[in-house]
Design a protein around this ligand. Structure first.
Ligand code: AMX
Length: 435
């Protein structure tokens, strides 16, 4: 960890100086007004926090440290984490990447008590509940808590936070794979293979046969693509809020991932594939455009959302969807589930637009975005390679998203972000005082 830590030791003073300068020179500038509708609308559009790891442009999608996702599609997750943390793109054979991989090897052993806790959970527990419980139960290992109790200086908070983060990231593939094997009766756990990269290790520990190596390739892409989506989404924001109270990385990451477990957020990926498979089952094979259109309307008229479509920030096709679609076209163009996803993409945006117009006529608000998000297509790829238990998919998302949440946590500890405490108001106050 010496090289990564040394690089961060160069960067942290620069980040602190920049933060101090911005507060001094621009501290009284207004970022956005906060209207009554925004307060009722999940604070959508209120610029009220700072996140340097990534930015989501409504019309372009995700930029990680200034790099558009589709321009850095080939990064492996190890490189992604270093990029999130430092802003540097390191080659795979760079010493910092190698050292990080060795660090993962060193820290990868999942403690026996974690397996014991997982094994004692009811066998209908959701895989996300199992994953988040396992992370939480490891809190006793926190370097941050230990160092805090010893009286560490505020200036150094980020160091044990980095240590905790690496520990969590190294153990996550093993824990997540154990959840899979236990929950779906797949047999014995498969151990971490030293020297193998993070994504391939996870693929291998799941125990999905991978004769071509394409599943490992998909896992690396999947883990890279889901890593971060700026600071305000439910999981990142929750991890940040919990961490801002100086709760350690185990508390904060587990809390953030509990947010990811919601169907409007990360759980949408399980719902999406479910929806696609329902159409296939209902129509006895890959459905036609007309059948998809009818089924989409049926879903909407039943008061449900079409999963995988729409977004709180994006107003275009999510580049992560585009990237997965490219992978699908290259590797599994004839797969019927993948073909259905592709066909849904040609139909659903138009359906949502029509439905949005109906909503507006009926006096409701429009649907802000008709385009697919990250969750619309990834499930079909996983399904093709044999990962068919789709209520597990949010766990895969979580293993990846931990990189973003934890790098944000390290950054916030490094720059000394204050405890989160927005002001709430009552309806009475709004009625009487909002101008
Ligand atoms: N199907 C049906 N209705 C939709 C819709 C969809 N795909 N997307 C948005 N709407 C509806 C909303 O439910 C809302 O209806 P309401 O006023 O009756 O409550 C209305 O359109 C306005 O919502 P919005 O401003 O367009 O979106 P939002 O920012 O409030 O919500 C999101 C964003 C993602 C929750 C929403 O688009 C949605 O529910 N999509 C389907 C679920 C999904 O794919 N979630 C994954 C998001 C990505 C992720 O975090 N992994």
């Amino acid at each position: 960890m010496a090289t990564l830590q040394a690089r961060l030791k160069e960067l942290v003073p620069q980040w602190r100086a920049e933060r101090a300068r911005l507060i001094k020179e621009k501290g009284d500038k207004v970022l956005t007004p906060a209207t009554v509708a925004m307060a009722f609308g999940g604070m959508r559009g209120i610029k009220g926090m700072v996140c340097d790891t990534s930015v989501v442009e409504p019309d372009k999608g995700l930029f990680i440290r200034g790099h558009h996702l589709l321009e850095i599609m080939d990064l492996w997750p190890e490189q992604t984490f270093i990029l999130l943390l430092t802003g540097d793109i390191k080659k795979l054979d760079d010493e910092m990447v190698r050292e990080y991989q060795r660090e993962m090897d060193k820290r990868s052993q999942v403690p026996q008590y974690v397996y014991d806790v997982l094994e004692s959970m009811p066998n209908d527990s959701h895989p996300m509940c199992m994953l988040n419980t396992a992370i939480l139960v490891m809190e006793r290992e926190s370097s941050f808590r230990r160092e805090y109790d010893r009286g560490i200086s505020k200036e150094d908070y980020w160091l044990p936070t980095l240590d905790d983060s690496l520990n969590i990231l190294a153990k996550l593939p093993g824990i997540a794979a154990a959840v899979y094997r236990l929950r779906y009766n797949k047999g014995d756990y498969i151990q971490w293979t030293p020297g193998l990269d993070w994504g391939s290790n996870y693929a291998n520990m799941l125990g999905i046969g991978d004769p071509t190596g394409d599943f490992a390739k998909l896992m690396r892409l999947y883990l890279h693509f889901h890593c971060d989506h700026e600071g305000g989404n439910v999981s990142a924001n929750t991890c940040h809020t919990v961490g801002s109270a100086l709760s350690d990385a185990y508390y904060a990451a587990s809390a953030g991932l509990n947010g990811l477990a919601g169907p409007l957020h990360g759980l949408a990926n399980q719902e999406c594939l479910g929806w696609i498979l329902e159409t296939i089952e209902k129509f006895g094979g890959a459905p036609s455009e007309e059948q998809i259109r009818n089924y989409a309307f049926e879903t909407l008229r039943a008061g449900k959302v079409v999963p995988g479509y729409g977004h709180a920030v994006l107003r275009v096709t999510d580049p992560r969807f585009t990237g997965f679609n490219k992978f699908g076209k290259e590797h599994i163009p004839n797969d019927p589930v993948f073909q259905t996803v592709d066909r849904v993409f040609t139909v659903v945006p138009k359906v949502l637009e029509e439905y949005s117009n109906e909503r507006v006529k009926a006096g409701k608000g429009p649907i802000a975005n008709f385009w697919p998000n990250v969750d619309a297509g990834s499930g079909a790829l996983l399904y093709h390679y044999g990962l068919t238990e789709f209520d597990y998919y949010t766990v895969l998302f979580s293993v990846s998203r931990a990189m973003g949440m934890l790098s944000q946590l390290v950054w916030n500890r490094a720059v000394g972000t204050a405890i989160t405490r927005p002001k709430s108001v009552s309806m009475k106050w709004i009625a009487e005082s909002a101008k």
